[in-house]
Ligand binder design. Structure first.
Ligand code: DX5
Ligand code: ZN
Length: 217
């Protein structure tokens, strides 16, 4: 069976005890931690930046999956890598020189991902898919945790899986937004490798058990 990964989004953590929240995840079956950086320009919300990533990095040896929802991400690639990012995912939208930013992330030594908003077709990544470690399919409009899953994005996971298989690359597919025990089986069946889960994990009575349940979907 294909490997499945859960990447809990710390956006839904209790920031007043972030260290404890990260320690709880360290002791869980989640292999990745998802870190949502928002600038209030690319998305209508501001989250956090380098100091929080550095603090998380200090507390964990898990794979730090950094999702940049910011304009001009090329300006900050080295800083995110230095702050502890293992993977840097940028958005397709608004990136006028996508290839150049992809190359910049690769040169930094981080893995590289490209995210697509719900309304952006998968086909826009056809030329660069072989360069990518990850494609992130947004299943909500980016900006906030706890939103409702957009059903039609499941078809985009299938399309991305077909595109990756045709290209022969090892690119992973990650799905981000509104992931629950109800839609997780459909997403894995459609070809997703990594599921981000914020609200579903952190609002669960037992987050560690929830992560295990998501992995078994
Ligand atoms: C939304 C973020 C997501 C968010 C997911 O813009 O990119 O990573 O934290 O949270 P849930 O799982 O609650 O939708
Ligand atoms: Zn995210």
């Amino acid at each position: 069976m294909k490997k499945r990964i859960i990447s809990p989004s710390i956006l839904s953590a209790d920031f007043s005890k972030l260290g404890e929240e990260v320690k709880l995840l360290n002791d869980s079956a989640a292999e990745w931690l998802h870190i949502d950086v928002m600038d209030g320009v690319f998305v209508p919300n501001i989250s956090f930046g380098f100091p929080v990533l550095k603090a998380v990095r200090k507390e964990t040896s898990k794979f730090c999956d950094v999702h940049l929802m910011i304009v001009q991400p090329e300006r900050y690639v080295e800083q995110f890598k230095a702050a502890g990012a293992d993977l840097i995912t940028i958005h397709y939208e608004g990136n006028y020189h996508l290839d150049s930013t992809i190359q910049k992330i690769k040169a930094s030594g981080a893995k590289v991902g490209v995210a697509l908003n719900p309304a952006t077709p998968v086909m826009v990544l056809k030329e660069v898919i072989h360069l990518l470690d990850l494609v992130l399919i947004m299943s909500v409009n980016p900006g906030f945790g706890g939103q409702k899953f957009i059903q039609y994005t499941i078809n985009k996971v299938t399309e991305a899986r077909n595109m990756i298989n045709e290209s022969g690359s090892y690119t992973l597919i990650e799905v981000d937004g509104g992931v629950t025990l109800e839609n997780a089986p459909k997403l894995f069946a459609a070809g997703a490798d990594v599921l981000v889960a914020g609200n579903t994990v952190f609002s669960a009575a037992n987050p560690k058990v929830m992560i295990e349940q998501l992995l078994k979907c």
